[in-house]
Design a protein around this ligand. Structure first.
Ligand code: IPE
Ligand code: IPE
Ligand code: MG
Length: 225
């Protein structure tokens, strides 16, 4: 039976969720952060999930209005600070992928602080994709490797990327069927799940259904069963 060791989620639909209720887009992000907590806690209690990678801010999201970007940065900072006791309580290690050098010093400090304080946790790894784009990740890795004398191998590149783990289940909420520059390399053989549910409405129950479906899929990886 397949094991859902690494689940990756494109958490989309926050803005539409808020607009549908006549609220400002940022309200959707606020509620979305609560769902991050619920889904993380759920995964931390699962015996099979080892890693949860969540797309929180893409390299393209800087194109949004300044106020929305600023709100997201503040939300991220307060989310991480408030979550620290929850990470510790649930034995969750916090990691990130993406180029966080573009963030403010304050936010960078918070990110480092939460990583350090949860470094000893050996339960679920929650990895947030922050200023992450797969193309940027691959380019940064290639640039690091370009001084190597030998030809670059698949293994060398895999081990130089921010995220070194193949994805088992890739979920996108919010109804669109695209990857938006998320984990392109690591999802080579991921099972893809798209749901119309907007992220603020996504529940552990729906995730559980997806995991159950995944369990029954025949994964062939190019071979024959
Ligand atoms: C996803 O929700 C969260 C981020 C990109 C930060 P959106 O903000 O993209 O919500 P929609 O897709 O506009 O509804
Ligand atoms: C993807 O959602 C990025 C995150 C969820 C952080 P977007 O809303 O930015 O993606 P597009 O613009 O619809 O492709
Ligand atoms: Mg969106």
């Amino acid at each position: 039976m397949n094991q859902a060791k690494h689940i990756a989620i494109i958490m989309d639909g926050n803005g539409r969720w808020a607009e549908l209720q006549g609220k400002k887009r940022v309200k959707g992000h606020e509620v979305g952060a609560k769902v991050v907590k619920e889904i993380t806690t759920y995964c931390s209690n699962s015996a099979e999930v080892e890693r949860l990678t969540l797309y929180a801010f893409s390299t393209e999201n800087w194109k949004r209005p300044r106020l929305e970007v600023e709100f997201l940065m503040k939300l991220l900072n307060s989310y991480l600070k408030n979550e620290l006791p929850v990470y510790l309580e649930n034995n969750v290690r916090f990691e990130s992928i993406g180029d966080t050098r573009a963030f403010s010093k304050t936010l960078q400090k918070t990110i480092t602080m939460v990583k350090e304080k949860t470094a000893h946790c050996d339960g679920l790894v929650q990895s947030l994709a922050l200023n992450y784009g797969a193309q940027d990740e691959i380019l940064r890795a290639m640039n690091r490797l370009k001084s190597e004398e030998d030809d670059i191998t698949i293994e060398m590149l895999s081990n130089t990327l921010d995220c070194k783990h193949d994805v088992d289940i890739l979920i996108r909420t919010g109804g669109d069927h695209r990857l938006s520059n998320f984990l392109l390399w690591q999802s080579a053989y991921a099972e893809l799940f798209f749901t119309d549910t907007l992220w603020p409405d996504f529940t552990p129950k729906e995730l559980d259904k997806i995991i159950k479906k995944f369990t029954k899929i025949e994964r062939r990886f190019g071979g024959l069963k």
